[in-house]
Design a protein around this ligand. Structure first.
Ligand code: ZN
Length: 296
């Protein structure tokens, strides 16, 4: 009870601080001529929304879908522009317009990974390389965009047996762990076990222990191109995990961490020297110069 109270107070402080912080940034940019930064992070929560439609016992846990539950909890923790998208919508709800305006895409999938079009998965991957944040939840470790981004098969062991999961925070100073105690416990969850076939993470934030004896790298971070990727393990569809304040706090922290910053895009391809240097192709036309360069 004491722990729950601590987390609740922390969430209130964080929410207030984020609101003030964003306010300052917007003011500063307006003063400088209205530079680019949007006030709110644009979040899209994608869900295959299959179990909720086909199994009454899952619909009873998530009557508004897993996407609906995550959207509700996230909106309690900050001011975000939140959209949801599901598999059965045209383009799976991920049109070019939706993706182009998305800062962070949260993905939940399990039984229908194969039904996601390769074209959409490729677009999601390319948006991440271009700076969009991507958060893969639970069985989304096998979704097409995540597997493409990892470059490995991403399989693991699993068992559904109502066992306890203890999630250890092993990088307490990481932004995604902000406000968490040393560990949190989920009384009943699906069990995952190593080996988890992912590349060695840039940051390993959480490790889970299960009462059946397994361990699992349950919170891992990657940079891919200009984008950031976070995988977070809990959230099997038959457990009410996404209604928990501590789980919502982790997802919110991940959204803040993965959201693109106001960075200058790097120059790519052929470019002129910054310093004054001798021009190897002096006197040559632009077309010939290009030909010389490409000929190498
Ligand atoms: Zn599961």
């Amino acid at each position: 009870m004491k722990l729950v109270l601590k987390i609740t107070v922390f969430v209130m402080i964080i929410t207030l601080r984020t609101t003030i912080y964003r306010g300052i940034i917007v003011l500063k940019n307006t003063k400088n001529g209205g530079l680019i930064m949007s006030k709110k992070i644009n979040v899209v929560i994608w869900n295959e929304n299959f179990h909720e439609q086909t199994k009454p016992e899952i619909a009873a846990v998530y009557p508004k879908g897993i996407h609906g539950a995550i959207a509700e909890k996230l909106s309690e923790l900050g001011e975000y522009n939140i959209k949801t998208a599901t598999l059965d919508q045209p383009c799976h709800g991920l049109t070019d317009e939706v993706l182009d305006n998305c800062d962070v895409l949260i993905w939940w999938g399990h039984a229908k990974h194969g039904d996601v079009s390769d074209e959409i998965a490729e677009k999601v991957k390319n948006r991440v390389l271009d700076g969009m944040g991507f958060i893969a939840l639970h069985s989304a470790h096998l979704c097409k965009p995540f597997v493409k981004l990892m470059g490995t098969v991403c399989r693991s062991k699993w068992r559904e047996n109502d066992e306890k999961e203890r999630i250890w925070v092993i990088e307490p100073s990481h932004p995604i762990a902000e406000g968490l105690p040393e560990y949190i416990e989920l009384e009943q969850e699906e069990t995952y076990g190593e080996r988890f076939e992912i590349p060695t993470p840039d940051d390993l934030v959480f490790i889970s222990w299960f009462s059946g004896g397994e361990v699992f790298r349950s919170g891992v971070c990657y940079k891919r191109g200009l984008g950031k990727v976070f995988y977070f393990r809990p959230g099997h569809e038959s457990y009410p995990t996404y209604y928990r304040d501590d789980i919502a706090l982790i997802i919110r922290n991940a959204v803040e961490w993965a959201s693109p910053r106001n960075f200058t895009r790097p120059t790519l391809g052929h470019f002129e020297a910054i310093e004054k240097v001798k021009d190897k192709f002096e006197g040559m036309s632009d077309a010939d110069r290009k030909h010389e360069n490409l000929g190498k």
